[in-house]
Design a protein around this ligand. Structure first.
Ligand code: NAD
Length: 295
């Protein structure tokens, strides 16, 4: 079994990006600039946003954090989005989700200029991705694709079973892995909470992508020996042996499944780190005008 080391991959990709930023600046180009908008005090969101900002610093990007209190109105947030859309120095930006309940997330995502939508959540980018056009790919599926690519894991003709059909993970990764080309050309089964006999479906998989949000949900007797296992889950469970009283586990019963597979992502240290790195990759693409031509 080989561990798919998201930490090592992220460090390698970040070093490549840092070197590229140096070259861009030496040619007189602009510093890539990612802005993040954080509304309210959600603890997990604060951790995610600070990790994104810290990663920007590591690769030599400029970053801006716009923090607003939880009582910010939808109109005020839409105004911030409009300003970021119009700011020529900002290459890409994210509005960290979830937003406070009184703000309609769909309205906010739709207001983001697709050319700056480095989270890849806007329907224009989703539609372009589905049609195989150049697009900002959503960061988590993009991170998974990059893991498969950098470990040279064969995908053509493989049967991939995705568990979970969210708009940010399950559905887009099922589209990406069924697309023509590498990594892709898989035969994909997209499963969810209404799937009949989920263990039987998962047992047919050469590649399993687990994105459910239930700790240790995928059991060893669901996994075909030699399968590739990508665990997207990030779940906090009680653990009195830890100083904090808790720890993070994935959606796969790692200890039981790992000895059976050919490759597996650890949690933490797998897909999560690659998600942040993919966001930086999208920001660099935005700066270079690789997805949409810069005007
Ligand atoms: P979500 O809650 O939006 O969707 C969960 C999906 O799981 C749904 O489509 C549902 O049909 C399916 N599901 C729920 N119960 C099921 C069951 N009993 N059997 C089969 N399917 C079932 O989740 P999400 O946003 O895709 O996140 C999934 C997990 O991935 C969470 O733990 C989340 O924290 C994590 N996540 C991690 C990253 C990362 O960077 N690593 C990014 C996004 C989400």
């Amino acid at each position: 079994m080989t561990l798919l080391d998201g930490k090592l991959l992220s460090e390698n990709i970040k070093s490549e990006m840092a070197a590229e930023v140096v070259q861009i600046l030496a040619r007189g180009g602009k510093t890539p600039h990612l802005a993040a908008v954080l509304v309210g005090e959600n603890a997990a969101s604060q951790v995610y946003v600070s990790s994104k900002i810290r990663s920007c610093e590591q690769v030599g990007f400029k970053s801006s954090l716009i923090r607003r209190p939880a009582e910010t109105s939808e109109a005020e947030l839409l105004d911030i989005v409009r300003q970021l859309n119009e700011d020529p120095d900002v290459d890409g930006f994210i509005v960290q989700l979830p937003l406070p309940k009184h703000i309609n997330e769909e309205n906010i995502v739709l207001a983001i200029d697709p050319k700056k939508d480095v989270d890849g959540f806007h329907p224009v980018n989703f539609g372009r991705m589905a049609q195989g056009l150049s697009a900002f790919l959503p960061a988590t599926p993009m991170g998974i694709v990059e893991i498969l690519r950098r470990y040279n894991i064969p995908t053509a003709g493989k049967h991939c079973v995705v568990v979970g059909r969210s708009n940010i993970v399950g559905t887009p990764i099922s589209i990406l892995l069924s697309r023509k080309g590498y990594p892709g050309d898989c035969t994909v089964t997209l499963t969810h909470s209404r799937t009949a006999d989920l263990p039987a479906e998962v047992r047919r998989a050469d590649i399993i992508v687990a994105a459910i949000g239930i700790p240790n949900f995928i059991k060893a007797d669901w996994v075909k020996p030699g399968a590739v296992v990508i665990d997207v889950g990030i779940n906090r469970i009680d653990d009195p042996s830890k100083k904090s009283g808790s720890r993070i586990v994935g959606d796969v019963d790692f200890d039981a499944v790992a000895p059976l597979c050919s490759y597996i992502t650890p949690v933490p240290g797998g897909v999560g780190l690659m998600t942040v790195t993919a966001l930086l990759m999208n920001t660099l693409k935005a700066c270079k005008g690789e997805v949409y031509t810069r005007i």
